[in-house]
Design a protein around this ligand. Structure first.
Ligand SMILES: *[C@@H]1O[C@H](CO)[C@@H](O)[C@H](O)[C@H]1NC(C)=O
Ligand SMILES: *[C@@H]1O[C@H](CO)[C@@H](O)[C@H](O)[C@H]1NC(C)=O
Length: 212
């Protein structure tokens, strides 16, 4: 189980920025001029046929929450990648995995869509910041509640940052008028400022004090 990725080296980080599609009537949102939802794709480790990534959805809107029934995110694989497993979320469809005989992937869709798990999901399916039913507060209200994350195991992809092909065409679906996401870009792998990270930092400094 992973409880905190804050201190781990992120090998490759991709970010897609999504903006709410506003109607003609409120095309400029004076309350939330830079509000956006960012999807981060952090590759944390390489595996024999792909990698493990932590995917984080950050609701950087100051006032707009993502209400029930919550977010759905989707993307298009660059080649023939598959999802071996997901922790803290699930793909909505398995797709055609008939060519796999021994180990069956979680999803073989070329355009997978992933939803959050509900609160109270079994402990062994949870992941740090998961299981909010896709419901997020706004960053302005409560930064800790504005973050969702899940872990994904990707197969049939590159296994190094030279050979990996990153997913494209990110989509964010949610209640309301919807979002439009720009092309995902490689970004410097900064630490995600989650509440859990602050807690971890405090725990570490307590340990330090106790050892003296
Ligand atoms: C590729 O990986 C190495 C370490 O394995 C890292 O130092 C380097 O920054 C990575 N390059 C990119 C573009 O992420
Ligand atoms: C997204 O929101 C964050 C937090 O407000 C802001 O720092 C960033 O510049 C925004 N990104 C874009 C492309 O507007």
């Amino acid at each position: 189980m992973e409880f905190d990725n804050g201190g781990k080296l992120k090998l490759v980080t991709l970010a897609a920025i999504c903006f709410m599609i506003l109607s003609q009537a409120d095309a400029f949102d004076p309350l939330d001029p830079t509000g956006n939802v960012t999807i981060r794709w952090d590759i944390m480790s390489w595996t024999s046929d792909g990698y493990m990534a932590t995917v984080t959805v950050l609701n950087f809107q100051q006032y707009r929450t993502i209400m029930n029934p919550g977010w759905t995110i989707g993307w298009t694989w660059a080649k023939k990648e598959i999802i071996w497993a997901v922790m803290g979320a699930q793909a909505t469809e398995q797709g055609d995995c008939s060519k796999f005989k021994l180990k069956i992937p979680h999803s073989c869709k070329r355009n997978p869509q992933v939803v959050d798990l509900m609160p109270g999901a079994p402990f062994n399916m949870q992941y740090n910041n998961c299981c909010k039913g896709g419901v997020l507060t706004s960053w302005g209200q409560d930064p800790a509640g504005a973050v969702s994350a899940f872990q994904i195991g990707v197969g049939l992809s590159g296994t190094s940052n030279k050979t990996v092909k990153l997913p494209k065409n990110f989509k964010l679906l949610g209640p309301g008028p919807g979002y439009s996401c720009g092309p995902a870009k490689l970004v410097p792998a900064t630490v995600i400022p989650t509440d859990d990270h602050r807690r971890k930092a405090q725990a570490l400094s307590m340990k330090y004090t106790n050892s003296h």
